[in-house]
Design a protein around this ligand. Structure first.
Ligand SMILES: [Ca+2]
Ligand SMILES: [Ca+2]
Ligand SMILES: [Cu+2]
Length: 327
């Protein structure tokens, strides 16, 4: 019943067009100034790699789906055994879609703005009746971690670790709050697609976009990477733990290429849905607002259940271990 899984392709030997070289090096990972899960700031080293300069777009994902017949997690029938007591007729494939509320609400209850919409998927990002006709150059959304992995394997690429993603997002600006520096809007210029106004009801769209935006609508960072802040959250290869990768610190040396590969580490004891491991997502999205979620920063991180798909999570790929010299 699950989708055809495309064969894993041998990793490419050379980057594709639209990839940019991220030189390896050491950096300060995390932040002590915002949310607890980002702490502490610690020195981490990563090897160099090539990275897609934009999140995978709807058009790019459509080529993958057409070539392979791949069926995303959000399109697959739900297994009634996983939902004891639920009316099987209601177990329709779907995904989470954001709807603004009519006015200010208690921000602790996310079900006021997140709705499970049957038949919502990457081709219908706002649910039945919506389409991707004008969204070809927007990031693909409604993809679970497994979908991102399947695309990466088909492309002969990999998903970045959290450390690789954060190093790339910083663009060489060690310790800066944002991917472009420390001012949110330098000289009044909006640098990323986030949410301006009071979340979740007042979307002022000072940046020009209500939902996702075409990739590369905002300036690139120091490594030539677009949309590392905002637009869509991006899946990484690491499982989520509140003890982030590279946190174990030894006086002698910074951890090199740290990663969290144990799904067990991604389980959150005592929280609902604990049987589903979580992966780290990075970069924040068009739904991140200062009054709720100031996460359009390279240090920010969020744990998402691996089978979760929403209208604000996408991904991009990297390529490690190529011998090809930078052009
Ligand atoms: Ca916006
Ligand atoms: Ca992003
Ligand atoms: Cu957010």
């Amino acid at each position: 019943m699950t989708g055809k899984q495309p064969a894993r392709r041998a990793p490419r030997r050379s980057p594709t067009a639209g990839m940019t070289l991220v030189p390896g090096g050491g950096f300060l990972m995390g932040s002590d100034d915002f949310y607890p899960e980002e702490r502490p700031v610690r020195r981490v080293e990563v090897d160099g790699f090539w990275m897609d300069d934009h999140p995978v777009t709807v058009a790019e994902f459509a080529r993958f789906a057409a070539a392979t017949g791949y069926v995303t997690v959000a399109e697959r029938p739900l297994d009634p055994a996983q939902y004891p007591g639920a009316d099987p007729a209601l177990l329709r494939p779907g995904s989470l879609v954001f709807h603004p509320t009519d006015g200010p609400v208690d921000l602790r209850d996310v079900t006021q703005w997140w709705h499970y919409i049957p038949d919502a998927q990457w081709r219908r990002p706002r649910g039945p009746g919506s389409s991707i006709k004008r969204l070809g150059d927007h990031p693909v959304t409604h993809v679970a971690a497994e979908d991102a992995e399947a695309y990466a394997a088909w492309a002969g690429k990999q998903l970045p670790t959290e450390a690789e993603w954060e190093f790339a997002a910083r663009g060489g600006l060690d310790g800066a709050v944002f991917t472009w520096g420390s001012d949110f809007a330098p000289a009044g210029t909006m640098m990323a697609n986030t949410w301006q106004g009071e979340f979740p009801w007042q979307n002022l769209m000072t940046d020009g976009w209500e939902g996702t935006s075409p990739v590369q609508s905002f300036p690139a960072n120091g490594y030539g990477l677009f949309d590392m802040a905002g637009n869509v959250w991006e899946w990484t290869a690491d499982y989520y733990t509140t003890r982030p990768a590279g946190r174990a610190q030894h006086a002698c040396c910074a951890p090199r290429n740290p990663r969290v590969t144990s799904a067990q580490a991604g389980l959150a004891p005592g929280e609902p849905g604990t049987r589903i491991p979580r992966r780290v997502t990075k970069g924040g999205s068009h739904l991140c607002a200062p009054n709720y979620c100031l996460r359009y920063r390279p240090a920010a991180r969020q744990g998402e259940a691996v089978d979760t798909a929403t209208c604000h999570i996408g991904f991009r790929c990297i390529l490690r271990d190529t011998r090809s010299a930078p052009g």
